[in-house]
Design a protein around this ligand. Structure first.
Ligand code: FES
Length: 77
């Protein structure tokens, strides 16, 4: 939720994640939190999942990550 990531569209990524979790009824199984700057501002928006930082997020990239990282979707892509 740092200012550079905000300027690069993190709100759109956040809304997509929230909608994805709601659509798949898994909000209660995912701990979704905002954080301050992760130190890679020029490559934002960034997303941290299970300790791994992913950068230059867009809707396609976050959608693929959600399918890859959430256990209910493993192997679906
Ligand atoms: S503001 Fe997002 S990494 Fe710095």
């Amino acid at each position: 939720m740092g200012s550079s990531c905000f300027a690069h569209g993190n709100q759109m990524i956040l809304e997509h994640i929230k909608a994805f979790l709601a659509k798949n009824v898994i909000e209660s199984e995912v701990d979704l939190k905002g954080s301050l700057c992760q130190g890679c501002c020029k490559d934002g928006p960034s997303v941290l999942i299970d300790g791994t930082l992913y950068t230059k997020m867009n809707i396609d990239k976050i959608n693929k990550l959600l399918h890859q990282k959430l256990p209910i979707f493993k192997g679906s892509l």
